[in-house]
Write a protein that binds this ligand. Structure first.
Ligand code: PLP
Length: 382
């Protein structure tokens, strides 16, 4: 079976993990954590990086850092992996779901603007001007855009909308290490960006995350909160309720080795993306995810749409090509079906009904890609 997305562990992973084991530095302290944080931040062009257990907790902490509480709304696209919504729910906040753009499958910025124009009012409060939802009277505190599949929408426009409506921006950039918009890296537009190093991501630590920011205070607070909010190196004194969300040294060691290989892995992914687009162009009724002008995506997980999605899914999995459907839209999941979902034609439903992801591992070979393409062509020829 050609796997959907597995990591490529062909660098110094063994050496650095062995170093942790040999020296006993396997846990929360250790130099690989700092090194990994610096490597990710530097690559993304952010001033600070704070490692954490995974992307989900990174999204949770980021919201706490910006003051999100149960009295707030957080806006996010209706098509995302469930972790985005779960992280909003952990804070007690109420999500506002925005439908996606039919072409690039990112949050539809026209709808975002329309929601804010029609359903919110800007009011003056003791701490400044903020937007409030007309129905609930709750503050709309933040937008959490998601760079779905490593693609990116028009981030300049999104930031301009956020400024107009006094909203904080936390980027769910879990899938987008290596993606840029107008040469600026994903995760560096908002106050905070969160990368994931889960097993299926472009590079992996098995499980892991890094929060990036240019704000020194936020970075310090992120470190503090993810490490039990301890105030003294010696004494067990803590100044608030913290979290044990830290990344351990042994996983950061894998991360350092993965970051060393990242440029080559990114190049392989982008070559794969170009190959699939060239070879599958015009095959059956395949339609690709559109790449907005100015965006350079990392090609994380190749996904396309076709009216024969379910049939193709069965066919590929039965013929040695591991494939998966897209995420069920958040408004269709039981837990979130009563959340406010702003849409016109429910694009999310049609993207979900027609989209399929095909093998996209970091180390995918030319031979594997050719096999994938030939099995897909065979399906449409039958
Ligand atoms: C869009 C999105 N958000 C959040 C996450 C959560 O990241 P993690 O698995 O590292 O917790 C993931 C990936 O797993 C994701 O794809």
């Amino acid at each position: 079976m050609i796997p959907l997305s597995i990591p490529k562990l062909e660098g110094n992973e063994w050496k650095y993990v062995k170093d942790c084991l040999d020296t006993g530095w396997i846990s929360s302290a250790g130099s690989y954590v700092t090194q990994f944080e610096e490597m990710v931040a530097q690559y993304a062009g952010a001033k600070y990086g704070v490692a954490c257990m995974n992307g989900t907790v990174g999204l949770h902490i980021s919201q706490i850092l910006l003051g999100v509480t149960a009295d707030d709304h957080v806006i996010t696209p209706n098509i995302t992996f469930i972790a985005t919504l779960n992280a909003i729910k952990y804070t007690g906040a109420t999500p506002i779901l925005i439908d996606v753009d039919p072409n690039n499958w990112q949050m539809d910025l026209n709808l975002l603007e329309e929601y804010l124009q029609e359903h919110t009012k800007i009011r003056e409060t003791e701490s400044g001007l903020f937007s409030f939802d007309n129905r609930t009277n709750k503050r709309v505190r933040a937008i959490m855009p998601v760079h779905v599949l490593g693609n990116m929408g028009d981030m300049d426009r999104l930031m301009a909308i956020a400024n107009t409506y006094h909203l904080e921006v936390i980027e769910d950039t879990t899938e987008a290490l290596g993606s840029t918009f107008n040469n600026k890296h994903a995760g560096t537009f908002g106050k905070l960006g969160v990368f994931s190093f889960n097993g299926n991501k472009i590079i992996s630590t098995g499980g892991g995350g890094v929060i990036v920011t240019d704000d020194e205070e936020l970075a310090k607070k992120a470190k503090h909160l993810t490490t039990q909010a301890k105030v003294s190196a010696m004494d067990y004194i803590h100044d608030e309720i913290g979290y044990n969300y830290r990344l351990v040294n042994v996983l950061a060691a894998i991360g350092v080795a993965q970051m060393e290989q990242f440029p080559a892995i990114l190049e392989n992914k982008q070559t794969m993306d170009a190959f699939y687009r060239k070879e599958l162009n015009g095959v059956g009724d395949i339609k690709f995810q559109e790449i907005p002008e100015g965006t350079s995506p990392n090609g994380w997980l190749f996904t396309f749409s076709t009216s024969r999605m379910r049939e193709l899914l069965d066919y590929l999995n039965a013929n040695g090509v591991q494939s998966r459907p897209f995420w069920m839209p958040m408004n269709q999941l039981d837990m979130f079906k009563d959340e406010f979902y702003f849409h016109k034609t429910d694009v999310s439903a049609s993207v979900y009904d027609s989209s399929i992801s095909i093998p996209s591992s970091a180390g995918i070979t030319q031979e594997q890609m050719e096999t994938v393409v030939s099995v897909i062509k065979k399906f449409y020829a039958s």
